[in-house]
Design a protein around this ligand. Structure first.
Ligand code: C2E
Ligand code: MG
Ligand code: MG
Ligand code: MG
Length: 292
């Protein structure tokens, strides 16, 4: 009896493994078509200056509207895109689309800095700097209006190589941000690799604990003062409550981003600063809304 149960469990296990493998293959095959089929789109999440509630910039976040499966999260398909190498053409599409969109907004007088996430796979591609340069030239976007977000973990995988790439990107005149900072176990001696970085994004896991956990608050205080020392801007990600925003402001954190202010918005809702700020969550205190 026990043996039969064991066998049944094993079959169930096999079934779910097979289902997952199928899902993976389906996602991979679908991804190959998605770009051409126009199923990929970028949403844009506001970054808010904590001092005055003004718009600091927008982060582009990839969305896949699958015709059958619905919206698929980047957390699901980016790892598959990375393992299959598809992240390289997809990443190129993201850079071109974000730069073109930002240039269009600029032509209407809205000078947002636009951030694009880079995968570690793109970071180790020898054509990255050329791809970024092409996206800037083709769109006419000034380099300083583009910010590239690279995770701390990606940099620390091979700090020497990352530093060379970061310097080649920096030489184009773009801004560099280190994403999900604080979870990558950088030792102090490795911090010199961060030197060309303009922005340090404090990982959401610390922001989650800022009001209740003294350790998280202390880590955020340390990252903010590190950013100040490096002449960089500190940005807190994943800010969900007003208490968190107030605590970050009290610690002198410059910029915050999160559902408290706004979810990522489709491009058509990012028409102007006041439109973006009024699309933001009703939780956003009136004092933080930009003067109209
Ligand atoms: P990330 O760059 O750290 O982006 C932040 C993620 O947190 C986004 O998830 C965003 O929607 C979400 N978020 C923002 N505010 C809040 C909040 O207050 N609460 C919570 N719970 N979540 C919040 P998303 O869009 O699902 O993206 C997940 C990750 O996928 C990104 O993390 C990034 O690493 C990757 N990604 C997204 N777009 C791209 C892309 O174009 N290229 C590459 N290579 N990676 C991308
Ligand atoms: Mg990011
Ligand atoms: Mg992040
Ligand atoms: Mg994060």
């Amino acid at each position: 009896h026990a043996k039969e149960q064991g066998k049944a469990r094993l079959e169930v296990f096999d079934e779910s493994l097979r289902a997952r493998a199928m899902a993976r293959l389906e996602i991979e095959a679908g991804l190959r078509e998605a770009m051409a089929a126009g199923e990929l789109e970028l949403h844009y999440q506001p970054k808010i200056s904590l001092a005055d509630g003004s718009l600091y910039g927008l982060e582009s976040l990839l969305r896949w509207q699958h015709p059958v499966l619905g919206t698929i999260s980047p957390a699901t398909f980016i790892p598959i895109a990375e393992q299959s190498g598809l992240i390289v053409p997809i990443g190129e599409w993201v850079l071109n689309t974000a730069c073109r969109q930002a240039a269009e907004w600029r032509s209407r007088g809205h000078e947002f800095v636009i951030a694009v996430n880079l995968s570690p796979v793109q970071l180790s591609s020898p054509s990255l700097a050329r791809v970024v340069d092409d996206a800037l030239r083709d769109s006419g976007l000034p380099p300083a209006a583009l910010c590239l977000e690279i995770t701390e973990t990606a940099i620390m995988e091979d700090p020497e190589a990352a530093r060379r790439v970061l310097q080649s990107l920096k030489a184009l005149g773009v801004k560099l941000a280190i994403d999900d900072f604080g979870v990558g176990y950088s030792s102090l001696s490795k911090l010199k690799y961060l030197l060309p970085v303009d922005i340090i994004k404090i990982d959401k896991s610390f922001v989650d604990g800022i009001t209740d956990c003294p350790d998280d608050r202390a880590i955020i205080a340390a990252i903010v003062s590190l950013a100040h020392e490096l002449g960089a801007t500190a940005v807190a990600e994943g800010v969900e409550t007003e208490d968190q925003a107030n605590a970050l402001r009290a610690l002198d954190c410059h910029v915050a981003q999160g559902y408290h202010f706004s979810r990522p918005l489709p491009a058509y809702r990012c028409f102007s600063q006041s439109e973006i700020l009024s699309a933001a969550s009703p939780a956003l205190s009136p004092a933080l809304r930009a003067p109209t």
